[in-house]
Design a protein around this ligand. Structure first.
Ligand code: SF4
Ligand code: SF4
Length: 422
């Protein structure tokens, strides 16, 4: 094994594949990725079987016990069930023994039937369904090529997932039509019993050489207000309800863990984004010919990972703008997403993230309650693990902290009172 192979093994790379490129059966009016207008045509741009197997084999060889695949589109279900049956067969064929294989799939939900749901359940796929709120809100923007709303079809798809007990979450694009309606969205999600919700602000996800900040549909102030209202709902007097990813991950930081959302981690995760034809890019928001780092049909994963552009990309996030370096919220935010910063031509300096003001607003608004909740959660974990792993006695200062943060006890919960209400 070469030293470069070892490097890749240690990296734990995950993969996102744009399964059918831009092909989609919806024509959401804010979508900048798909250009087929909801009419994908008779021949779907599916990943070629040869490329699929070459990549899965190589990826599995360096999987290091865990292989993570994300399937996106366009609308990935247009690839057909046989395509995904081929995927799981190839994964099983090439996975070393005891490899944890995880598949997530982001769909508009309209094509899910019992057969799909059955398959997802059998192979343990985690499904993300795009839904922008209750019917009137969703149908205003997520439409078919004929301009009809897709809400009823999405809910039918969700019901198939429910029936087969498939794990799923809801992804909501926050745009002009719902940014002032956080409570309405969340009441609806709660009434439907959706357990996990994620928000993503509406913007042009694709082009990199766009005018800044011209491609954002909502203002930082609107998004900040939305997050504050959503926080009030989520916090629920210290008993969080409906898991909202932004706040779950924020709470993680108050429990002494690292942020989980890529935009708030110290560095961008090492992912390879693949177009249906095998072209590789460093991030879903950097699918642009200027950021192409190879093609899996002709390059090895190692060659792709060592492309100079990949290195350049990974340096962007930690190259913080001046205001971030001394920001009181740095630990929660880490400068946001490089995609939302306006960069100098040499990529050495940038302005702050377009949504900086939104983050500052919600961090300040939520801080006191998050601190209280974080202490409560930490104390509960601490107590449970002291019982479980330390026979009820306090650990030594250099032991791993029982709260599970991975830090030493002396650097973590040593000051935390066990007498807190847990
Ligand atoms: S560029 Fe932004 S979206 Fe892409 S991985 Fe980095 S933080 Fe995440
Ligand atoms: S809140 Fe703004 S200034 Fe602070 S780290 Fe985030 S982007 Fe930077």
């Amino acid at each position: 094994m070469t030293s470069s192979c070892l490097t890749a093994l240690q990296r734990n790379i995950s993969v996102m594949w744009k399964t059918v490129s831009e092909d989609c059966n919806l024509a959401c009016d804010y979508c900048y990725y798909s250009t087929c207008g909801g009419k994908p045509g008779p021949k779907i741009n599916r990943i070629d079987s040869g490329i699929l197997e070459k990549f899965i084999k190589e990826y599995m060889e360096m999987s290091n016990g865990a292989a993570t695949f994300a399937w996106q589109g366009g609308e990935p279900l247009l690839a057909g069930l046989d395509f995904f049956k081929e995927v799981v067969t190839l994964q099983a064929k090439h996975a070393p023994k005891h490899t944890m294989i995880s598949n997530t799939l982001q769909t508009n939900g309209t094509l899910i039937n019992d057969e799909w749901a059955d398959f997802f359940k059998k192979y343990n796929f985690l499904i993300g369904v795009s839904l922008d709120g209750p019917k009137e809100i969703h149908d205003a923007r997520r439409i078919t090529s004929r301009g009809q709303g897709s809400f009823d079809r999405v809910m039918r798809g969700i019901n198939h997932l429910r029936k087969q007990q498939v794990d799923f979450n809801v992804l909501t694009v926050v745009h002009k039509g719902n940014v002032a309606k956080a409570a309405e969205l969340l009441n609806f999600y709660e009434s439907e019993g959706f357990p996990f919700v994620q928000f993503i602000p509406c913007m042009d996800f694709r082009s990199q050489e766009v005018d800044f900040p011209g491609n954002y549909e909502i203002t930082p102030e609107e998004y900040g207000e939305f997050l504050c209202k959503a926080f009030d709902y989520w916090y629920n007097n210290g008993e969080p309800r409906t898991s909202i990813r932004f706040f779950d991950e924020m709470l993680n930081v108050y429990v002494n863990r690292d942020p989980g959302l890529c935009i708030h981690r110290a560095s961008c995760p090492q992912t390879i984004i693949l177009e249906q034809n095998g072209d590789a890019f460093p991030c879903d928001f950097f699918i642009d010919s200027d950021w192409k780092i190879g093609n899996v049909a002709t390059h090895s994963i190692e060659e792709i990972l060592s492309h100079p552009l990949y290195e350049k990309f990974l340096k962007m996030k930690p190259t913080l703008p001046e205001p971030c370096k001394s920001c009181e919220w740095k630990k929660l935010c880490h400068g946001g997403c490089p995609r939302n910063r306006k960069w100098s031509d040499d990529l050495m300096t940038s302005e702050v993230d377009y949504f900086c003001a939104s983050y500052k607003q919600v961090y300040g608004y939520a801080d006191e309650r998050m601190s209280k909740l974080g202490d409560k959660v930490r104390a509960r974990l601490f107590q449970q693990n002291v019982e479980r792993y330390f026979k009820g006695k306090l650990p030594q200062r250099n032991d791993h902290c029982p709260c599970g943060s991975g830090k030493k006890y002396k650097q973590c919960c040593v000051t935390l009172s066990l007498k807190q209400e847990v």
